[in-house]
Design a protein around this ligand. Sequence first.
Ligand code: ATR
Length: 265
Amino acid sequence: MKKNFLVIGNPIDHSLSPKLHNYWIKKYRINAVYEKKLLHNSEIEDLIFNIREEKIHGLNVTVPFKKMVIPFLDELSEEAKISQSVNTIYKKDDKIIGDNTDIEGFKLSLEKTGQEIKNKKALILGAGGVVPSIIMALKKMQIGKICLSNRTELKAIELKKNFPEIEIIKWGNTLDFDIIINATSIGLKEEDEININYQQISKNKFFYDVIYNPPETNFLKIAKKHGGITKNGKMMFIYQAQKAFFIWHKVIPEIDNETINFLDA
Ligand code: ATR
């Protein structure tokens, strides 16, 4: 029987998950199909019911549903529980389980850059759905200090309740950091620019943008001009997908140049 997988979000058009998962599904000759679905809040419950009924066999969840799906699930993995963020759903032993593969995705992508994270100082821009996962990954990598800045300070204060060790910085203030992560949606539009004082950041600092489409946001372009080292979120995306693929199909799909280039085509 062909198994059905979906990524849900709103918006969802930009998602490359179907492309990547279907590429691996074909490569490993798995009898499945992976599609995307634009979802509205009122449809979450029905969709989860379809997993119970085994009409759908797995879901990836993206903005803005990563937290919203939680009340409809039976169990959360430890990582999903602490981050209060679910990006992968499946059924096991008659239970609907929510997992979070963003944490591992972000962590692996950072490790592969070879950048030293231990005892370093990070600044996260944004307080949206993916930020708890980024905080957890940085903590696992023994970051020294995490500062966080969000336009709506209240959301940063909410986050601090879960992660009291983070320091909140006023939106628009920039200090010197070893690693700066853009986790806002600024940059999704080509012309978007973040208000950062690049002069205050010394050379050879590391700029990471969770956005991978467009491949080089102004945040990264300008950082590069100021002598920064830059990385986009493409490998985070691929690694989170690899882990979800393993959860569903028990196959670890290979990430080679062909896979990476295929996504750009
Ligand atoms: P959600 O908040 O629903 O999880 P998200 O896309 O994960 O959505 O998060 C969007 C992030 O980008 C938020 O941190 C948002 O800041 P606010 O909390 O103030 O909304 C940030 N963001 C989006 N557009 C922005 C802008 N023009 N200026 C500053 N921050 C912006």
